[in-house]
Ligand binder design. Structure first.
Ligand SMILES: [Cu+2]
Length: 441
């Protein structure tokens, strides 16, 4: 390891202090390479000693902290109703874990003994299923088959050894509860990182919601969905994924909904390196830029971030690239079909004001737009709200970037070192509060 990398490790180590046991597996920032030379060097070294893998980052959800009891990692997981702001003008009443929907990510190392002390604060019975993990039947979390359901106010202790590596998830094993949001990542890292090693590891949970206008409670019986989220938020509220130019990036997706999602990355080829069954043999990797993530599946992709830019990653189903406008239109929605440009624009301005956007930047339309059959399509739907969704990860994006971001959409920002470091520095200032949110005392 070069001395420049070592010093970068030290300065980045502060981000990892909220999580016990990760002292040697520093966060993704710490692994970022400074040059192509180092990148190549790392690939070469990987065959001999690759070291522990980087921690997966779950933007907008975070991690579940743990404590050690002897050699056992102990987690406290609480199922509970909560409010989740999915876009600035829409907050849902969902069910989740430890104040988060999806629940916080559980990260362990292959071979770990884990104990999950589960508490049910829901108004009805539930259980926890470990999706994809090979656990003894009494740990499988299926009501009445492998255990008695955990009643409201009760606890249930799960304990097992994780002999697999890979991308798994935990969820309630009742269909309606799943659609209320009861899901979270369970990631089992190998002891040594795979080759080629990655510098950034990001996880995204795909969910969908059916919510009537002016309602906040998802209709779990619906077969049609109007809100699509990455880690519990729809664009432009999704937090961009930050990667340093020249690094290698891993993205993990899990899907627990009613639809399959073809996830597409702009401007980069990737390879599919894993499924819900763990690492895929390298002989199966092929270049692509879209991966279909079916219901109950996990897909892991990797790519070398060698093209600088703000690259979109999104579900390519057209209706999954949208947000429902019905709440903004409310009772006025009926009259939108034959609006003139001026009145439509006025309407959007007044609606945006009512939703407390700080700014609205509509895209221009033609003078005689109404003469064209089919108009409007996207006109008046695109609303820039950069200031409202601003965070360190959006720093430096072009003005009005948020107008093009809706639904299951985020971006991978491949940044030159100085811009990358600038954002990491800004993040460092807000990170401690963020982590505290997921600590269960
Ligand atoms: Cu989709």
């Amino acid at each position: 390891m070069s001395s420049s990398r070592r010093s970068f490790f030290c300065s980045a180590a502060v981000f990892g202090t909220g999580l016990l046991g990760w002292s040697e597996s520093l966060p993704e920032q710490a692994r970022a390479m400074t040059s192509r030379h180092e990148r190549e060097q790392s690939k070469h070294n990987a065959t001999t000693s690759s070291g522990p893998p980087v921690r997966m980052i779950t933007p907008d959800a975070g991690d579940l902290a743990f404590e050690m009891d002897g050699a056992t990692k102990v987690f406290h997981l609480v199922a509970e109703p909560l409010k989740r702001k999915i876009v600035p003008w829409k907050t849902l009443d969902v069910w989740g874990y430890n104040g988060s929907c999806p629940g916080p990510t559980i990260q362990v190392t292959q071979g770990d003994r884990v104990r999950i002390i589960f508490e049910n604060r829901l108004p009805e019975s539930t259980s926890l299923h470990w999706h994809g993990l090979e656990v003894p039947i009494e740990q499988d979390g299926v009501p009445w088959i492998s255990q008695k359901p955990t009643a409201p106010g009760e606890k249930f202790v799960y304990e097992f050894t994780v002999h697999q590596e890979g991308t798994f998830f935990y969820h309630a094993h009742s269909a309606m509860q799943e659609m209320m949001g009861l899901i979270g990542f369970f990631v089992a890292h190998p002891r040594e990182e795979f080759s080629p090693r990655v510098d950034h590891d990001y996880g995204i949970v795909l969910q969908e919601w059916a919510v009537l206008p002016s309602n906040t409670v998802p209709n779990t019986a619906s077969m049609e969905f109007n809100w699509l989220t990455f880690n519990g938020v729809a664009a432009p509220l999704t937090t961009p994924l930050i990667a340093k130019l020249g690094s290698r990036v891993r993205l993990r997706f899990v899907n627990l909904g009613m639809d399959h999602h073809p996830l597409h990355l702009h401007g980069n080829q990737f390879v599919i390196t894993g499924t819900e069954g763990g690492r895929a043999p390298q002989s199966t990797w092929y270049p692509t830029n879209t991966v279909l993530v079916g219901v109950a599946q996990a897909r892991v992709v990797e790519f070398d971030a060698k093209h600088p830019g703000d690259w979109m990653i999104h579900c390519h189903l057209p209706h999954h690239m949208m947000n429902s406008m019905m709440d903004l239109l409310r009772d006025r929605q009926i009259s939108t079909a034959d609006l003139t440009e001026e009145s439509a624009m006025r309407q959007m301005q007044s609606l945006a004001a009512s939703a407390k956007f700080e700014h609205v930047h509509p895209s221009p339309v033609a003078k005689d737009a109404n003469a064209t059959p089919g108009f409007p399509q996207d006109a008046f739907m695109e609303m820039g709200m950069d200031e409202l969704v601003q965070k360190p990860e959006t720093h430096g994006l072009p003005k009005n970037w948020s107008a093009g971001m809706m639904g299951m959409m985020t971006m991978v920002r491949v940044l030159p070192p100085e811009k990358y470091d600038e954002i990491m520095k800004m993040k460092g200032a807000v990170e401690p509060q963020k982590q505290e949110h997921h600590h269960e005392s």
